[in-house]
Write a protein that binds this ligand. Structure first.
Ligand code: ADP
Ligand code: MG
Length: 260
């Protein structure tokens, strides 16, 4: 059943994809994905390089046009101008301006959504540990610092939906913990987070996991559920087993309530 456009009821999923397909010539980068992600939760989209994570999230936020199917944010079909201000999207390639300073970058992104507030900007830069670098041109930042600035630019307008493409690549362990603490606080305040990763070690911090391979989501559930169903304590092993690579447990599974 499809809601009319813009009919965002409180029970509507925050992020929704139905029958999503994206082809690039002969490649089916996304091959029939149905998901409905609820507010207040952190979802982990896990899969190896080239499995379709970035393409799927670009479809979900309305930055790529699906070959088939549709995506909705808060009940609004994307692309939607209105939804732009309600999504924070941290791209895999840092979407910041190298010639602008740290401060100018966050101010620019906040200004795009009409939410300039000096205190909020400084708070956001504290979360990513860049508050003492306000005047540094992005060009002069290390790779990890650029990732942190990129995250700040996605957070600065306090969007209810956050889509983060490999946000912790190149981030040191202590700051990674700080990031996740912040993500958890945002979810507790009602935000919906979709975080991609190709490493499994962050998966336990997510409320629910979606395993993707060759453009298809072939298993979903909590980390504990997936490990239990695979009969393995190791999530990487569970991934391989569900993907049909490591035995006979290739049955797709869905978490209780079919939330995702
Ligand atoms: N713009 C594009 N043109 C052609 N092929 C693409 C394009 N974007 C992605 N692909 C292909 O789609 C598949 C999925 O890529 P991607 O979504 O980037 O995977 P991931 O983010 O999981 O690494 C890959 O085979 C990739 O080469
Ligand atoms: Mg990617």
């Amino acid at each position: 059943m499809t809601a009319p456009d813009g009919d965002a009821s409180p029970s509507a999923p925050a992020i929704e994809g139905r029958g999503l397909v994206k082809t690039f010539g002969p490649i089916r980068a996304v091959d029939g994905v149905d998901i409905a992600l609820r507010p207040g939760r952190i979802y982990g989209l896990l899969g190896p390089n080239g499995s379709g994570k970035t393409t799927l999230i670009r479809l979900l936020v309305g930055l790529a046009r699906p070959s088939a199917g549709e995506a909705r944010l808060l009940g609004h079909r994307v692309p939607s101008r209105e939804m732009l201000a309600r999504v924070g999207y941290m791209t895999q390639a840092d979407g910041i301006y190298p010639e602008l300073s740290v401060w100018e970058n966050v101010r620019f992104f906040a200004g795009l959504y009409g939410s300039f507030d000096r205190t909020r900007l400084v708070e956001t830069l504290r979360v990513v540990d860049l508050a003492d670098r306000l005047g540094t041109p992005a060009l002069q930042l290390s790779g990890g610092m650029r990732r942190r600035l990129s995250l700040a630019c996605a957070l600065v307008h306090r969007p209810p939906i956050l889509v983060l493409d490999e946000p912790t690549v190149g981030i040191d362990p202590a700051l990674r913990v700080q990031f996740w603490r912040h993500f958890r606080a945002l979810a507790a305040a009602g935000a919906t987070l979709l975080v991609t990763s190709h490493v499994m070690d962050e998966a336990d911090r997510c409320d629910e996991l979606l395993f993707i391979l060759a453009g298809r989501i072939f298993a979903r559930g909590t980390s504990a559920e997936l490990r239990q169903r695979a009969g393995s304590e190791n999530l990487e092993e569970a991934f391989l087993r569900f993907s049909g690579d490591g035995g006979d447990v290739a049955q797709p599974i869905v978490s209780r309530g079919g939330a995702a």
